[in-house]
Each structure stands twice: as structure tokens, then as C-alpha cells.
Unconditional design. Sequence first.
Length: 315
Amino acid sequence: MKFRNHKQTGLASTGPLLHATRMVQRYSFHSCACSILLACVLLLGLCSSGNAAGKLDELAQRGELVCGVRSTVYPFGFINPRTNDLEGFDVDLGKAIAADLGLRARFMAVSSLERIPALLRGDIDLIVAAMTHQFDRESQIDFSLTYFMDGQRLLVRNGQGIRSISDLAGKTVGVTQGSTAEKNLSAIQPNCHIREFPNYIASFLALKKGLISAVSTDSTILLGLKAADPNPYLWDIVGAYMSDEPYAIGLPQNDSAYRDRINYALSRIWLRGEYMEIYNRWFGAGTPTYLPTDWKMEIWPGQLKNADSKGTLRP
């Protein structure tokens, strides 16, 4: 609206009409600004609510769950040399989760460095790859319930005089890029030298060649390295646990419906006894990686009912 100059209208510069005109101008401006602000708030709300349900809707339409797993970490995720297929504890758990959601399971191999970026890009729907739930990682992704508990130790050659982390002063220890091992070692034994490798197999190979004195990571991963070697008696896992390593499934942020649905699946897999069937397949008596456990998954209070792939609970 265009207002004419008061000289053109013959009105005095001060007076009720001019005051009212200015009030209308101010009201119109603030009303327009408030309308724009309200529209932005509503749009953001719609976007966020769409994101919250987006992953479950996407999975239902696609019919499959893409799981990021390791391919070089026996027995969590590795390539079977006879079949060339990805196998392992995490692979079987991914299959069980997909089945609980009524979806097909598809797997993509990811490294320690690449697993979170792959999730952020949307290449995978979740990370089930022997990954420790850390507060530092919460700034990038969300996590499920803890599905496995481990701790960091050392793998050494027998007869080299290394029995604990105190024996590592002045020695070189191999860790994997993107893992939590480097930070834990630096805090507990600042006098050791740390060398990073692209994966656990590369660090173990360096240990076998005498390039480093120890490999440090989670004890079950060390157990797998030792068990897969042609001469497992040459190697020993030593030292007290230097950290707690609770494994959890990595999930996209700000999608509570999806996170809750994955937690429902984990809880039912545990309560049905399916979890321990998977565990005993890879860590039970008679396996090369035998590891007795009395750990129990935390199941939240409340009755768990059937749920469809979109997370809708049914009686």
C-alpha cells in the first residue's frame, strides 16, 4: 500500500489520522513478519516429522534392510574363503533383525573409518559392525541398545616378555584406524608408540613380521585373529581389560521411531533365545573362538508385542 505525503492531503504533520496511519504501517509489517515466521515453524515441523517416519516408510517400500558389516573381523564379519560370502556374528544378527522387521537383509562391507560416513550418506540403513557406543560418536549418529560387551586387551607373540600394558613402554603397538584403541592406549600407556593400520589383519601381519610388539583392540577380535592363524599356539592374549567396549547398532540421528523399532527387534531376538543361538554359533563350546559369557542384554520394562516393519505395535 502506498501512502501519500501529508502535504498532498493537506493534513497536519501531527494529528490522529497520521498517528493511525503509522500504526497501520507498523501492524502490517509485524503481521507479515509473524506470518512468515509461523509458516517457517510449521514447515520445519513438517520436515522433522517426515524425517522421523521416513526411514521406516523407506524400508517398507524398499523391502530390504541394508546392513553395514565388517569383512575382515573374524568372527563378527568376514568373507568365507570357500563360498566368498560374508559371514559372522554381526551378519547373523543383521539377518535376524531384518527378519523381525519383515524385510530382506542385504550387506555392505565397511571399514572402521568408513562405517559412520556410509550411514550418514544413506548407503546403509544401520551399522552392525563391532562398533563401540561412545559419547563422541553421539554427535554424528544414534545408537541402539547394547548388543555385545567386550573390552580392550593385547595380542602378542609368546615368549617376548609382554604380559601387561606396563611392558609396552618404548614398544610399538598396532591399532586399527578409526577404532577406539588408540585413545585408550594413549591414556593408559603414554610411553608406547602407536602405529595405525587400515584393518586388523594388516596389524596382525605387522606383528608376525616383527614390525610391532603387540596388537591392541577388543579381546574377541584378538581371539578371532589368533584362531584364524595357521599356528594359533604362537600367540597369546594378555593383560587386564583396559576399557569397556559396549557394542551397539549405529543408526541415523533424530529418528526415534526407527531406533525404537530396532530396539524392539533386539529385545525380541534376545527373549526368543535367538541371540544365544547366534552367540553359541560363533563363540560357543567347540568353536575356535570359544568365549563363555554370563552377559545379559538390558531389556526395558513393559510388554513387548508384535510390531510391523513401520513400528506399529499390535496386540
